[in-house]
Design a protein around this ligand. Structure first.
Ligand code: FMN
Length: 177
């Protein structure tokens, strides 16, 4: 199959996640186009694809504007092919019911606002990227980590992504198509 993976990222973890998904699909005989949204969408013909995976990360309770625009602009085509959404966040790593409910609400709002309703949604744990944060962002994220009971070293990145679960989810999606 020809599969589009379109993503928006702020600090890079969602790109890493999407590259991993692309490799998994290619290893299973699929052909994949990776698209960094907002970068190079001109002339994109979505009808070339058998399925699409869209991915974005949460910052202050919202996904990137680039994915909102893309999902809204292409909602009609996306509604007609099998699609999966990867929602990258840190809240999912807490495993707390309140956090998971809030993530679900944010995702549902995103689908209602854009008119795109993916068949499958996966909440994927992201990463603290302390090596990329500025002073204030680093301070804020240390507070977030403390609130979640996570011990972090502010000089080191910390990744929570469960690569095995992601591998299973992406291949399961491709197989279901
Ligand atoms: C300024 C800032 C705000 C964030 N806000 C949220 C949030 O509201 N909810 C959440 O679960 N994670 C939040 N995160 C965590 C990011 O979703 C996580 O770091 C993710 O891996 C970022 O993905 P990216 O590198 O692809 O941008 C925030 C991170 C930063 C730096």
């Amino acid at each position: 199959m020809k599969i589009l993976i379109a993503y928006a990222t702020t600090e890079g973890q969602t790109r890493k996640i999407c590259r991993f998904c692309a490799d998994a699909l290619i290893d299973n005989g699929h052909s994949v186009e990776l698209l960094n949204l907002g970068d190079d969408e001109d002339g994109l013909d979505l009808s070339r694809f058998d399925a699409a995976i869209l991915a974005a990360s949460l910052h202050l309770g919202a996904y990137q504007v680039a994915i909102e625009n893309f999902a809204e602009n292409h909602s009609t085509t996306l509604e007609n092919i099998p699609t999966m959404f990867l929602s990258v966040s840190l809240a999912v790593a807490s495993g707390e019911a309140d956090d998971l409910n809030e993530l679900e609400e944010i995702a549902q709002r995103f689908f209602e606002n854009t008119g795109w309703h993916p068949a499958r949604v996966e909440h994927v744990a992201g990463a603290f990227r302390f090596t990329q944060y500025d002073f204030f962002r680093s301070l804020a994220m240390r507070w977030v980590a403390a609130k979640q009971g996570q011990k972090v070293d502010p000089n080191k990145d910390r990744e929570y992504t469960d690569w095995d679960a992601l591998h299973r989810a992406v291949l399961d999606f491709a197989q279901s198509v």
